[in-house]
Design a protein around this ligand. Structure first.
Ligand SMILES: Cc1ncc(COP(=O)(O)O)c(C=O)c1O
Length: 406
């Protein structure tokens, strides 16, 4: 990890951001200057174990050699064509991604929110063109406490007032039901329903894992009603839970899969709508697009990401180390931790509010050289790179134990 000597200290850089950057985030007071694998280093050279991994965008760690090599290779040849022309990277990316996911076609986009928006548009078009829903009447059923991104349409069906307030008027056509409630889901679906859009595990809500049978139940309901199931695996997918996709834990195959974050290897924004042919075939030239979607740099890196997942190594690591993570958290229950939910290398940990808010615990962990992120109230989220070692994971758990005073 070598970089030019910094000209400003962490404190100076944090102060410098204040007047010139929008205040839509409240970052921990650490200024990262370089990173490798599971470790990041700040401007002053202090090292931290990254237990957030860019909200799962860094599933393969920082600067994974195979991904950096793919990016360099592509940077030296071709970076952007727009979709006005073909590029020589896109076919292989789509071939490998469909093979990995068991679906038929890919619509490449850039950010997660764009994949969600695109999935919504595709589902609505499918409802009109294939299902025969009358024009402008299509509905999409979503779950309360969802997090699917930040665009105007997506916040239209958020139940988080902080994400919504002040951003109306909102896009109509969404029905919100409680998560993990099959009866409510069944009641909300009718002949206008184009799709059910769900996170198989709700990440931002605090790593909320539905009861066994819920996802399979929703799949059965959507099949019976003749509507689509859209799985937003932008955070849960690509190895995080110990499988390639979180829906695999229930043997569910969605009609539409939304991927992002780790698909870009932590290097470039790459997202995708991956779907059955009947569904994605509703799009024709001119009806949807993105200047950067499917660019050769993104496709080259995305292909390298899929190649890593084809080995099964990262899914296996997440499953095996997930046992260590769960075991460590289990030991802390009643000793600073009031509860936790975990699957693979992903956990939402509710700390005793008497000990501190999630933010306070995150700051104390930072003092111990471990970076995490709080969600609501006293919940912190653990999502380390899937390349983490058992020793590193144990040391992060020991730091958590220390800051909780257990
Ligand atoms: C499940 C889910 N969907 C969509 C998004 C939005 O992704 P992006 O921030 O890349 O727009 C996120 C981001 O956290 C997410 O967790």
């Amino acid at each position: 990890m070598t970089a030019p000597a910094p000209t400003r200290s962490s404190a100076e850089l944090i102060r410098a951001e204040e007047p010139v950057l929008a205040h839509n985030y409240h970052p921990l007071p650490v200024v990262v200057a370089r990173a490798e694998g599971t470790w990041v280093e700040d401007v002053e050279g202090r090292r931290y174990l990254d237990m957030l991994a860019g909200y799962s965008a860094l599933n393969f760690g920082h600067r994974h050699p195979a991904l950096i090599e793919a990016a360099h290779r592509q940077l030296d040849r071709l970076t952007l064509t727009s979709r006005a022309f073909h590029n020589d990277q896109l076919a292989e990316f789509a071939e490998r991604l469909t093979a990995l996911t068991g679906l038929d076609m890919v619509l490449p986009m850039n950010t997660g929110a764009e994949a969600v928006e695109s999935g919504i548009k595709v589902a609505r078009k499918w409802a009109y063109d294939v299902k025969g829903v009358p024009a402008d009447r299509a509905t999409i059923v979503v779950a309360a406490e969802n997090f699917h991104g930040r665009t105007t349409t997506i916040v239209s069906f958020s139940t988080d007032e902080t994400a919504r307030a002040g951003f109306g008027p909102f896009t109509p056509g969404f029905r919100i039901v409680p998560y993990n409630d099959l009866a409510a889901m069944e009641a909300a679906i009718d002949e206008t329903t184009a799709a059910v859009l769900l996170e198989p595990i709700q990440g931002e809500a605090g790593v909320i894992i539905p009861d066994d049978g819920y996802l399979a139940g929703v799949r059965a309901l959507t099949e019976r009603a003749g509507c689509l199931l859209i799985a937003d695996e932008i955070q849960s997918g690509l190895g995080r839970t110990g499988r390639t996709l979180a829906v695999e834990h229930e043997g569910v195959v969605p009609d539409v899969l939304l991927l992002g974050k780790a698909l870009g290897g932590g290097i470039v924004p790459v997202s995708a709508v991956v779907a059955r042919r009947e569904v994605l075939s509703v799009l024709h030239p001119g009806e949807h697009g993105s200047t950067f979607g499917g660019n050769p740099l993104a496709a080259g890196v995305g292909t390298a990401v899929v190649e890593l997942l084809e080995t099964g190594e990262y899914q296996r690591r997440a499953a095996e180390l997930g046992v260590v993570l769960r075991g460590g958290l289990h030991r802390l229950v009643g000793r600073g931790v009031v509860g936790f939910r975990a699957r693979g290398l992903w956990a939402g940990v509710d700390v005793d509010p008497a000990i501190g808010t999630g933010r306070e615990v995150s700051e104390r962990l930072m003092g111990e050289g471990v970076l995490v992120k709080d969600t609501h109230g006293s919940t912190i989220r653990l999502a380390p790179p899937l390349t983490i070692t058992a020793e590193e994971l144990e040391s992060a758990l020991a730091s958590l134990e220390k800051v909780l005073g257990a």
